[in-house]
Write a protein of this length. Structure first.
Length: 691
């Protein structure tokens, strides 16, 4: 049964969505879940006398996809990407590559063929911008966490465009043909480049002209009209309408009027996004969902665990600090709306089993439920991890975050930028060559094995071994190139923060430089090797990519662990000298002899506790500064005796002078927590929550 009127369908869809959305809002759950439930209610599978036409609702939902992608494009200004790339770039590469890789393996474990497993990987690799922003609106996180998470989401959304193009090629019968997929992705980038260059000459000027008229109505019509014109154009030349909408948003963002347009378009986007989620819920057969509920749970658990592990580890290695990294890992632990789009492409084309769509949607609902709970537990999770880390790791993480913060805030010379650029180029080019050799050998294995048997007279049982050895030999120079480029990157960045100098604290600077260099080297290797493993996994036996990753990353991780031991010894010695200086009343910025020492300890700052300070009488464990602010108390200068490397049970007293180290913002937040005074407006300070 369906209504003949489009107005009636839209009335039922939005009416039920609004009612369920209000209920879920009162229950402090994301409204997205309510929209999915509304889809079940008005859909054809539940005998409730409220029905909407499935086909018409699906057509209306395409408006939601287009407007959502337009909003994503508004976030993708070129300047914004330049800002988030240094902080979120490595994390996004590791997270997307890791989920693609793991999702493919999960798909194989569920009994899918290679193409179906690729769709699973692509569907789970992208988190939900909608769910994350809605949860952040309900429970605002610290600004630095929000910025980092949204930076990763922006890069994920860009990757989603490429994934949609790739799975579209698969759904059109190209199979795992690298030439076909590479050609499609190449044409995609070509179209984006040409359209972007042409659009940058025209669209920003037009947007500024229309905005200058002072009419919100005309600006809304112009922006939405441009969105659908470019979406229609992309569809006309054979691409997804989402691509054109994304391009329209990106061009509008370059006008400098992004916030005004976003303010006008967001309500319209939210309305049709609700229709989109309702249409998703309408396609879910509850009986089928229960039948495959176990598979959905497996997918959901894999997404939550892997997102947390990958994002947290990558964030820490990128210098965001444990607090921000764990918070981001919990915030991104869900399947996003692009997962529905990607799986829907495969299901519509018949290249993946029909039940896979239900599995992905069910898993997405489960992860959407867990995300708000996970974020409420984030401070406790971070505190629990921090307590269980070895002491030398805990202290090293704060210093490492401070060093990379100094690097991002400082200016690099032109030769240094050139060396960094060359190292990145080598990482990308060598990874592409290895992928091409590996995939080419896999696809042409039958022909190559035949050549080895017929021309080289190699026995059939040894031909496979010979082929594997040949591929390894061909790839080995490029693998060495990746390792050398990562090492160069680490050394250059380490030397930028810790120049080679002579002095009585040269040992500390050398140890700090080495620890930072190895950390940067490890994150560069992971950000290169994990996406490489994800791209080649469909063409290789399971486990080969993991073995190669272990060979590349484990030696560096072991060396990093050993470096933290040397760092701990030098930091302990330097902290003693620092606390002695504080006890004698020497200001940290007034003694030239302390310059090298302070540089090795990050932005070390002396904080004196006067009578009545909130921190007086509390232990360091109760304050939990490392988790709540990201700063570390290196030592305490106390009239009755100095304390270097204080334990968590140390209770603070009036007159204590604390040597606090960490990134600049973290030190400032620590001062506010210790003294109970706010510096500046305090809008970006993290809320101090109990551990």
């Amino acid at each position: 049964m369906s209504h003949a009127s489009l107005v009636a369908d839209l009335g039922i869809v939005l009416g039920v969505a609004a009612a369920i959305g209000v209920l879920f809002r009162r229950l402090r759950q994301p409204a997205v879940l309510g929209y999915l439930l509304a889809g079940l209610i008005v859909g054809p599978y539940i005998p409730i006398p409220l029905f909407a036409d499935v086909e018409r609702t699906h057509e209306l939902s395409e408006f939601g996809v287009v407007l959502v992608m337009f909003a994503v494009g508004l976030e993708f200004s070129l300047g914004r990407v330049a800002q988030v790339l240094p902080i979120a770039g490595a994390t996004a590469a590791i997270e997307i590559g890791g989920l693609l890789w793991a999702g493919h393996l999960v798909g194989l474990a569920l009994g899918l063929d290679t193409v179906g497993a690729v769709f699973v990987g692509a569907s789970v690799a992208i988190s939900s911008t909608m769910i994350v922003t809605k949860v952040f609106d309900d429970r605002p996180p610290p600004d630095d966490v929000r910025g980092f998470v949204l930076g990763v989401l922006v890069l994920q959304d860009v990757a989603a465009i490429v994934l949609i193009a790739a799975v579209t090629a698969l759904s059109q019968g190209s199979g795992l043909d690298p030439q076909g997929i590479a050609g499609l992705v190449g044409r995609l980038f070509g179209v984006l480049t040409v359209a972007t260059l042409a659009g940058l000459w025209i669209v920003p000027r037009l947007v500024r002209l229309v905005a200058g008229l002072g009419s919100p109505e005309i600006l809304t019509v112009f922006a939405v009209g441009l969105c659908f014109v470019l979406a229609s154009g992309a569809e006309h030349i054979g691409y997804s309408p989402a691509l054109g909408a994304f391009l329209a948003g990106m061009l509008v963002a370059e006008s400098g009027r992004r916030r005004r347009v976003e303010h006008l378009v967001v309500p319209l986007r939210d309305v049709f996004a609700a229709v989109f989620f309702v249409s998703i819920g309408m396609t879910v057969d509850p009986t089928l969902a229960l039948e495959h509920f176990g598979e959905a749970v497996v997918v959901a658990v894999a997404v939550i665990v892997l997102q947390f592990t990958l994002v947290s580890a990558a964030g820490v290695l990128s210098g965001t600090g444990l607090r921000r990294a764990t918070h981001a890992g919990l915030a991104l632990g869900q399947i996003g709306e692009f997962g529905f789009i990607i799986t829907g492409i495969g299901a519509t084309a018949g290249v993946v089993p029909a039940h896979l769509f239900t599995v992905i949607v069910t898993a997405a609902v489960l992860t959407a439920f867990t995300t708000p709970l996970a974020l409420r537990l984030a401070p406790r999770v971070a505190a629990g991890i921090e307590r269980r880390l070895p002491a030398r790791i805990r202290g090293g993480l704060s210093l490492y975050a401070a060093w990379l913060d100094d690097l991002r805030r400082g200016d690099t010379t032109s030769p240094t930028r050139s060396r960094i650029r060359r190292a990145f180029q080598v990482l990308v080019i060598d990874a592409v060559v290895i992928a091409a050799l590996t995939v080419g050998a896999s696809i042409g294995s039958d022909w190559l094995l035949g050549q080895l048997r017929d021309r080289a007279a190699i026995d059939e049982s040894w031909a496979g071994v010979a082929l594997v050895v040949a591929v390894i030999v061909l790839c080995s120079p490029f693998l060495r190139g990746i390792v050398r480029a990562a090492r160069t990157l680490g050394l250059v960045l380490g030397s930028s923060v810790f120049p080679h100098v002579d002095g009585k604290r040269a040992d500390l600077l050398s140890t700090s430089r080495r620890a930072m260099s190895v950390g940067v080297q490890l994150v560069a290797l992971l950000a290169t090797a994990i996406p490489l493993a994800a791209l080649t996994q469909p063409f290789l036996p399971p486990g080969v990519g993991l073995l190669a990753l272990l060979v590349l990353a484990v030696p560096t991780a072991v060396y990093l662990w050993r470096s933290t031991r040397d760092l701990q010894e030098h930091v302990h010695s330097a902290t003693g000298a620092l606390v002695e200086a504080l006890r004698r009343g020497i200001a940290l910025d007034a003694e030239p002899a302390l310059e090298d020492l302070l540089h090795g300890l990050g932005d070390a700052t002396a904080i004196h506790l006067p009578e009545g300070a909130p921190a007086v009488g509390r232990t360091l464990a109760e304050l939990n500064l490392r988790v709540t602010t990201g700063a570390t108390v290196l030592g305490i200068a106390r009239p009755g005796g100095d304390i270097a490397a204080p334990s968590g049970s140390q209770r603070l007293q009036t007159g204590d002078t604390l040597a606090v180290a960490g990134p600049q913002d973290a030190v400032r937040w620590a001062r506010e927590a210790l003294l109970g005074v706010s510096e500046g407006d305090g809008d970006d300070a993290p809320p101090v929550e109990p551990a």
